[in-house]
Every structure is written in structure tokens, then in C-alpha cells.
Design a protein around this ligand. Sequence first.
Ligand code: LLP
Length: 424
Amino acid sequence: MSDIRSTYTDSCGFYGCHTPHELAETWGTPLYVYNEAILRRCCRDLKALSSHPNFGVNYSVKANANPSLLRIIRDEGLVVDAMSPGELYMDELAGFKQDEILYISNNNSEEELRHAVAHSHLVSVDSLAQLDALGRVSPGGKVMVRFNPGIGAGHHAKVVTAGKATKFGVIPEDLNDVLKLLSQHDLVLAGVNQHIGSLFMEAEGYLAAANVLLALVERLPHHMLQQLEIIDFGGGFGIPYHKYDQEPRLDMAALGANLHARITSWAEQHSYTGRFLVEPGRYVVAECGILLGHVHAVKNNCDKRYVGTDLGFNVLVRPVMYDAFHDVEIYGAQHTSERQALRQTIVGNICESGDILAKDRLLPTMEAGDILAILDAGAYGFTMSSNYNQRRRPAEVLIGLDGTARCIRRRETLDDLASCITSL
Ligand code: LLP
């Protein structure tokens, strides 16, 4: 038995008809591996939040922008956002049409706003200054405004995007200034949106913030409420990262029941015929992705056992950036007997002491040659990877519904690293 810790992936058949050893052998490591069945299931969980005919799910592609995954997400009936020309480009590559893309901007140049107007259904701006800029770029056009409901959430201060300490959104107190700018540029307010932050496991804050946004819409002049096409409550839906501790899931049924009841009665009360959207990123893609790596060297420095891998923070930055926890599976190189559990620290190959993937974890003893799987790496994994230390970004592989693997992004080459160099 070479799988030393694998009950989670065994239980969901994550690798289809392959073994992680085969995948690592064929495509090398570090390697992102995605499972289509899990991706589709997560899309369906979100769509099931409400059966209101105008309810929809707007996938936030910042979490994972691989066009092969985006195609599956489109096939499941989700629309997408973009917040940069690059994300727009990926959305389009995957086949999303202009009316299926919302551009949720933050501090864009006028040129970028102009591009976004031409390529997306609506552009959301999140400051008075950007509303003014959009008015200059697209006088007489439609616009969406992002508000800050004053309620934030998130797994780390760096990902709380509403409340007092954030750069995002227009505060409700500035509504009159919004109205002035709209009329000055003859803009139609076609949508409102918000995003309170990333990763909540209890629904209360999200639902409270949704109520704040609805109350704000009620303050709009009647004719403006009638023109509104989209009310987007944002994302932030959490997933259980502590898979081996049986961390409970976010109660989607309860969240959905509440949200559905609220939007249904609110739409009736206000004769609103536009769409209601949620805008999740992580929930859609986190659990369908695993990062595979190799253990290259193990050592004891003073009292600590360091497990040295090829999984530097250039490949997965979340643990370093937010102290984020990802569970780990261990697959032995050959037939292995029981391994004793020890406190170990898993580190990468980057020249910084902070290059730590997992700190002081009590795990079966890891040895050189083992393959490690970092679970729940599908969201903010590849999209936040970098070429630091001139390491090449990894390949990505998709396990399809028939259980077979295909490569959906090749590993970068050394030539790729030099591809933008213009002179020597
Ligand atoms: N909408 C907007 C406007 C956002 O800024 C975000 C995420 C989302 C939707 C999707 O949020 P989600 O459902 O994924 O929580 N890199 C961090 C997360 C940063 C999220 C930034 N904004 C992490 O790895 O935890």
C-alpha cells in the first residue's frame, strides 16, 4: 500500500482512472489537477440556492481563469465576471458572450473602462471618481455601482472587502453624489453590486449585507428602481479546508432558503423584474483542484523536521500570504509500511524563510520521493502563482467525467521566461 494518507481523495475518486503517481510521472510536478465532476457539483450547489426565475450565479474568475474550467462552468449555466482586460480575454476564450460577462472594476484606467464597456454587459464602478470616468467614457450609457454595505467578512483581514477598513465600494452615505453624477453624464443605473469579503462559513453576515443593499435600492427614485437590471450580492461562500478534521460545510440549504424567501418577497413588493446574482469564486473551484508535488529532501534543523518540496510559494501563495490552511495527503514512492506520526513543517524551494506551506503538522513521517497532494487548491492557486526565483508556472490537468486526464495548460518553458525580454 503506497498511499499513506489518502482517504479523502479515495472517497471521492478524485483521480478518476489514474493514480497520482501516474499523473506526476506524465506531467511532472508541481502539477494542478482538477476534477470535472466536483466542479460541476459545486456549480449546481450554487444554482440550487434559489429557484427564483431571475436568480443566477456570476462566477468570479479571479479564483481560477483556466478557459477549460470556464467552459464547464458556462455549460452549467453560470455567467462570469472580469476585473481586468486579461480576465475578459479568458472569459471570451472560453466562449462567454458579451451579455454573459459583468466587469467588476477597481481603479481602472479610462482606456480599460472603454475596453470593458465594449466587451461586457455592464461595468461596475466602485468610487465616485470611477463613476465620473465611466461617464466620460460612455456618456448616456449604462452603469453598475458597487456599494459598501458596512458589513465585512473573511478568513483574513486582507480579504475583508466591506466595512470601514477597505478601499472598495461607494458608501451608502454618498448615494446623492452618485445620483448627481448619473444625471450629469446621463447614465442609466442598470445594476448595483457588493462583495463583503472572502470565505464565510455562517450565512448571517451575508444575508444582513444583502438586506442593506436591498434597503439602499429602496432609496432610489421609483423610475430608477424600475430601470434596474441586476442586484448582485457578491461572493465569499466558504468551503471546509480542514477535510481530515471533518470541518462542517457551509449550510447552503439554510442560506438558500433564506435568500430565496427574501428575494422572492422583495421582488414582488417592489415589482422588480431584474436579475438577482451571487458572485462566488472560491466555492465554484476550490474543491475541484489539488496541487501535487514531490518531497525532495528532509532534514532536522534544531528540533524541527523540515520536509523540502517543489511546492514553493510561487506555486501556491495562500499559506504564506494569509496563513491559510490546506490539508495534505501523502503518497509513498513504493510499498511502505505504517509510518509514525510526527510534527513536520512542509516547505518549498524558494529562497525565503517564509516559504512554508504547512507548519508543525502532525502527519505520517514524510520521506524523500513521496508525492504530496495539497487539497482544495483550485481557487486562488494557479491564478496567484508567479515566476519568483524564475521558477516556471506549473501545468494543469483535468480529470474528465469519464475519469481520464488531459492537459489543459502546459508547464512553462525556460523560453517562456524570456519571452518578454526585448533586448540584451
Ligand atoms: N466578487 C468580488 C468583487 C471579489 O473581489 C471577489 C474576491 C469575489 C467576488 C469572489 O470571492 P470568493 O467567493 O472567491 O470569496 N486570494 C484570496 C481571496 C481574495 C478574494 C478577492 N475577491 C484567498 O486566496 O483566500
